[in-house]
Structures are given as C-alpha cells and as structure tokens.
Design a protein around this ligand. Structure first.
Ligand code: PAF
Length: 292
C-alpha cells in the first residue's frame, strides 16, 4: 500500500480473509470502530491500538440503527476519502467500510439490548440509541474477532454499555477505554464541534471547566446535589442554551450516587446552538486515589 492509501474491504468474507492471514502469522489484532468524520480523537484511538497490537483495523460505518432522529442521520458528515487520507499516514493496516446492505441484509431481525447502564443519561432521551450501538458493535466484534477494541472515554456511557454486553455474551475481546482527547481550551474533540460557529467555540469549553470545578467541590466534601446545581448554573451562565443532564454516577453501574464513596463519574450533556455536546470526568475519593 502507498503512504496515501489504506487497504479497504467492504465485505465480511474479504475482512475475514485478511484476519485469517494475520492470525496464521501469529499477529494480534486491534479494532477501532468509527462512523467516520475522523478527528484527532479517533487518531488517538488508532495510536492506542497500534501501541498494543500488531495489526489495526479501523471500521467506517454510519450505523442507521443508532440514530433515533432520521434528520440527524441524513446530515451526518460523510467523507471516506478524507477519512482515509487521515488514516494512511498512521499506517493503519485495514479499513473495513461495509455498506448498509452488508451490515443489515434483508430479513435482519436481531437486536442486542443492554439494560441498566444504558438507561438514563444519553439513553434517556435517545430511545433505541444504545440498542443500535450494541447491535452494530457486537457484529463488528464477531466479524473481525480482534484481541482488543478501542473506544473513547468521551462517550463514557457507550463504553460501559459495550463492556457490559462483551462480558455478558462472553465475547473474547478486551474492551479498552482511551482517555478523551481535548483541544488546548479543554473542549473534548467531537464530530459535533463542526456544527459550532466561532462564538460558540469560545463558549463550549465551559462544559469541561464546569465538570472539573464540580468534581473538585465534591472531592472537597460539598453536598453532591448543591455542587451539581452550581455546575448547571455555570454551564448556562457561560452561554449554553440548555442542559440535558449533569449527573454524578457510580463509575461501573452508572447508577446515581448521592455521595463520593466509590470511584464515580460526572457526566453532562448540554445544547449549544445546533450541537448537543457531551463530556465527563472521573471523580475519585481521596483515600482511593493512590490505588487506581
Ligand atoms: O462512537 C461511535 O462512533 C459509534 O457509536 C460506534 C462505536 C462506532 C458504533 O457505531
């Protein structure tokens, strides 16, 4: 392959042929599932996969089953040539870019559905979203059978949903969470940032700042509910239009928690103009900090 291209396959048989040859050579395989519109956050996932595995497959599939609003699917940014140009210099070994007919042939009738961790937060106002994610990622795991798969911590609830079904279904793939990549302002990199105008770019980092400030207050012993209210006030005060959620949850179960007793996570989603931005930060009790 030249430095400007990545070997691309579009069928499951072609994918499995390549994987079989790597396996015969004793090589380990890392998988980086994406929906394209690649940014430095995705490239960070590729680098994390390359650090751990001999071969790296990136998948590019805009999964219709995880869009609860058809209008979002129709405007979702698509540009395989641009995405390939970003992956080629990294030396990605294979791009799997199936069509909808390959992933969901006629008569496809199966849904992977996870309860518990998928409820509330982003699952609350996006019915069917995590069923769509769980179904497509299960398929990608079984199609490629990698040793490990890499997902960004920015989509923390998605990461926990994927961990849950991989454990429950005993799919022998290690699910690796990779730290969120941020702009120098602290803003989490996301395909949705492309919807922001110049003024909104200045406002957007306030979501992360507010999460960090709220985490500090909770660690310092402030009442969780008042720290959360203050966090929301700061986000709106900075210029966001509305807050979908700003919550404090147990890190493993994602159940609401009223006090900092176990490793926890602050998670938020807020609207800024046309973009619904999400972010989250870890909150660890001081006495556990050294143990993690
Ligand atoms: O995070 C994403 O880009 C998607 O939800 C994923 C994991 C590729 C499944 O379509």
């Amino acid at each position: 392959m030249s430095a400007n291209t990545v070997e691309t396959v579009r069928t499951v048989n072609a994918l499995r042929d390549v994987v079989r040859a790597w396996r015969r050579a004793g090589e380990t395989i890392g998988l980086v599932p994406t929906m394209g519109a690649l940014h430095d956050g995705h490239l960070g996932l590729v680098r994390a996969a390359q650090a751990r595995c001999d071969r790296v497959i990136v998948t590019l599939f805009v999964n219709p089953k995880q869009f609860d609003r058809p209008e979002e699917l129709s405007v979702y940014p698509r540009g395989e040539a641009e995405d390939t140009a970003k992956l080629a210099p990294l030396g990605v070994d294979l791009l799997f870019a199936p069509g909808v007919d390959v992933m969901y042939p006629a008569n496809f009738a199966t849904t992977v559905s996870v309860v518990g961790v998928s409820e509330g937060l982003c699952g609350g106002d996006r019915p069917g979203h995590f069923d769509g994610v769980a179904t497509v990622v299960t398929k990608l795991f079984l199609q490629s059978l990698p040793d490990a798969a890499f997902f960004g911590e920015k989509d923390f609830q998605q990461l926990q949903v994927i961990r849950r079904f991989a454990t429950d279904l005993e799919i022998p793939v290690e699910v690796v969470g990779v730290e969120t990549v941020r702009a120098p302002s602290g803003l989490a990199l996301s395909s949705r940032n492309a919807y922001l105008n110049a003024e909104q770019w200045e406002i957007a980092p306030a979501l992360y700042r507010s999460l960090i400030e709220t985490a500090k207050r909770i660690v310092a012993g402030e009442n969780v509910s008042s720290a959360l209210s203050e966090g929301v006030r700061r986000v709106i005060g900075a210029g966001f239009d509305s807050v979908d959620y700003f919550e404090f949850r147990d890190v493993a179960t994602l159940k609401p928690t009223a006090a900092l007793e176990t490793p926890s996570r602050l998670l938020a989603a807020a609207w800024l103009g046309p973009a619904r931005l999400i972010d989250n930060v870890a909150v660890v009790p001081l006495d556990l900090k050294g143990c993690l």
